[in-house]
Write a protein that binds this ligand. Structure first.
Ligand code: 13P
Length: 287
């Protein structure tokens, strides 16, 4: 059964580790992430962007697929199905479809409007026991058409949003979606420290987990980050393994063209990436 992300993140914050949110794109992605979480006895959050939701034929299809897998694969670790960077309407649609967690990304609105819309969703999700992530300070880079400049959040605005009763809070600290440019200035730990001091026990979320060096990840966790989002890194690993398979001509030998064979190296690459991240984040054995 899908669970809200509240309990797993409260435990992570208290225990000084982070739970990974891994974005899914299709059946192979979902299965690979769930199997790895179960094997490592780790809680996990499956992230679905609005674009990925559309690609997978809508939120109801996603809920059906994930619930079916939890049962068939005998998954017993805590799993949250979470809307990533949702609009207000997208959040309502996911709640209706059976997601156990949603993010409302109001970071591009003026703070007053972000507060107003977040407040409404606190009420709706609260009644249903669904966890809610809010965002202050846009995350840089581009993800599914959502472009942000990578600004640092204002700690006072973070406190205003945290006080509304959200479950977890994403604060921009110079992080970027996708690959980091050569001249990236790194995470602003000063901002993160100030945000944590203002928001206390609130689990903080670090977006753009791809390519952040291990020492920065560890420091971010020590400063209150309890959820880390990873998307691009699984995509790169999948593409790389699939390209190697085809370049080696394996699809031309025997039944190598069978999608169950052709996609297998990519699936293994996703599993290896997820394992590496769970070990780094410290969530192994924490289910
Ligand atoms: P990356 O694609 O950079 O790993 O970011 C993922 C993310 O933050 C999803 O919200």
């Amino acid at each position: 059964m899908l669970v809200s992300a509240k309990e797993m993140l409260t435990k992570a914050k208290e225990g000084h580790y982070a739970v990974g949110q891994f974005n899914i794109n299709n059946l192979e992605w979902t299965k690979a992430i769930l199997q790895t979480a179960q094997e490592l006895n780790s809680p996990v959050i499956l992230g679905v962007s609005e674009g990925a939701g559309k690609y997978m034929c809508g939120y109801k299809t996603v809920v059906g697929m994930v619930n079916g897998m939890l049962e068939t694969l005998g998954i017993t670790v805590p799993v949250a199905l979470h809307l990533d960077h949702g609009s207000y309407e997208g959040a309502l649609a996911c709640i209706e479809a059976g997601f156990s967690s949603v993010m409302f990304d109001g970071s591009h609105y003026p703070i007053e409007e972000n507060i107003e819309k977040t407040k409404e969703l606190v009420k709706i999700t609260g009644e249903k026991g669904i966890s809610l992530e809010a965002e202050v300070g846009a995350i840089g880079g581009e993800e599914d058409g959502v472009v942000g400049a990578g600004e640092c959040a204002d700690p006072d605005e973070c406190k205003m949003i945290a006080d509304l009763g959200v479950t977890m809070l994403a604060a921009g600290i110079g992080n970027i979606h996708g690959k980091y440019p050569e001249n990236w200035a790194g995470l602003s730990f000063e901002t993160l420290d100030a945000v944590q001091q203002k928001t206390g026990a609130m689990p903080l979320v670090l977006h753009g987990g791809t390519g952040i060096p291990a020492d920065m990840i560890k420091k971010a966790i020590s400063l209150g980050v309890s959820k880390i989002n990873v998307n691009t890194e699984c995509q790169l690993a999948f593409a790389d393994a699939t390209r190697k398979y085809i370049e080696a001509g394996k699809d031309l030998s025997g039944k190598g063209f069978d999608p169950r064979k052709l996609l297998a190296p990519g699936v293994e690459a996703i599993k290896a990436t997820v394992k590496e991240k769970m070990e780094l984040f410290g969530s192994v054995g924490k289910a």
